[in-house]
Design a protein. Structure first.
Length: 390
């Protein structure tokens, strides 16, 4: 089955830029400090309301109607409600499986955060801190969590696979992105000792995760390994006989990251980069392991009207109200071209998951977010930026 997928970002794992209203009245930039900045009653009320309203059965019906066949659901490490003050969300994931099975959709369960973070990104749960891999106790917590998830959903018709950890950060990405500058830690003492995750450590963790997951899921279901921002480095590891037919490589490919690598910021530059660096490179990797692009979108600096410095927003100090105005007609032309080019590239692979299904941004009234609404796939379709039926 060719995966045509969509991420349900910002549902069970929050990101401030995707839904700013939840964060009102706090200085928190990530989910860790949101929970510690509000009273227990206010925090619980906001989270429960958000989860019940943000995604419902009707969204699964629409996802199916558009033509998608799989959803990738980011989940937090506190999903079972055993890490106060955070609120668990296993009931929501149970509901998602019932909805998916009703509409003949599959689910990739993606562990998106880890205690003390695996990358230091805001979407890793706590900004500027990356110490999970250095704590054997917390690594074991995650391994036990993965086993519980596999036992709970491993025989469900709706399970596509389990992704043991999202975006564990490499040395190159840690330095290149300047993680602790882009996502400044609130508590310098807590952040002390943070750093990237080595390739050898990650392979060892994946072996241990596979031992927890694979015996508990049906044949025909997969373990999905994120490439750790080292997409070219996995051939020897992934072609081991024990992983044949059971493993998929997940890589995240964004045009904003292409810009960080020096890609020009005009349509022809983006199209050339998609062909040379997305399509050609990933097709070679597909020759020895199934590849899915687990996150991608049509966001680019040209349509924002200014250089976003690799997708930095007003939260990182780049305010799009300073950008030039790009006409709706021009945006439609650029977005349609980028949608088509990337879909054609991914068609040579095992599939993709667009990031993300929906957001709650209002660039019409808050100009600082102009050009950012293209992350919202439902809006992209309604605006004619993305094909209505894939």
């Amino acid at each position: 089955m060719k995966i045509k997928g969509i991420n349900l970002g910002n549902w069970l794992v929050l990101e401030k830029w995707m839904s700013p209203a939840i964060w009102e009245g706090t200085d928190a930039e990530d989910e860790y400090y949101l929970a510690h900045s509000l009273s227990k009653e206010v925090y619980e009320a906001r989270i429960k309301t958000h989860r019940s309203e943000y995604i419902s059965e009707r969204d699964f019906a629409r996802i199916k109607a558009i033509g998608f066949n799989t959803v990738r659901i980011p989940i937090p490490y506190f999903i079972f409600g055993d890490r106060p003050p955070f609120i668990g969300c296993i009931e929501e994931l149970d509901k998602a499986f019932n909805w998916a099975e009703k509409y003949d959709l599959k689910i990739l369960v993606d562990l998106h955060t880890a205690p003390m973070s695996q990358n230091g990104f805001d979407n890793g749960g706590i900004s500027g801190v990356c110490k999970w891999a250095k704590s054997p106790k917390e690594v074991q917590f995650v391994l036990d969590l993965l086993e519980k998830l596999a036992k709970r959903y491993g025989m469900r018709k709706g399970l596509f696979g389990i992704e043991p950890i999202n975006e564990p950060v490499s040395e190159e990405m840690w330095e290149g992105m300047g993680v602790q500058k882009r996502y400044p830690p609130v508590d310098q003492e807590m952040a002390k000792g943070s750093g990237p995750i080595s390739f050898e450590w990650l392979k060892d963790f994946y072996d241990k995760a596979a031992e927890k997951i694979l015996p508990n899921i049906d044949d025909g279901k997969y373990i999905v390994f994120h490439d750790g921002f080292r997409v070219d480095s996995w051939q020897e590891y992934l072609t081991q006989s024990k992983y044949q037919g059971r493993v998929i490589l997940d890589t995240h490919q964004y045009l904003m990251m292409a810009e960080m690598q020096g890609c020009g910021q005009l349509l022809e530059d983006y199209l050339a980069f998609i062909h040379e660096n997305f399509e050609k490179k990933l097709t070679k990797i597909e020759s020895y392991v199934p590849v899915v692009v687990g996150e991608w979108c049509i966001f680019n600096s040209y349509c924002v009207g200014m250089d976003t410095k690799g997708g930095q927003s007003i939260l990182n100090g780049v305010d799009a109200t300073d950008g030039k105005t790009v006409s709706l007609e021009e945006k439609r032309k650029v977005y349609r071209a980028l949608s088509q080019a990337q879909l054609e590239a991914w068609d040579k692979l095992s599939g993709y998951f667009y990031w993300t299904y929906k957001m709650l941004l209002d660039p019409s009234n808050d100009k600082s977010w102009q050009g950012w609404d293209c992350w919202d796939l439902a809006k992209c379709i309604d605006e004619g930026w993305f094909p209505k039926h894939i």
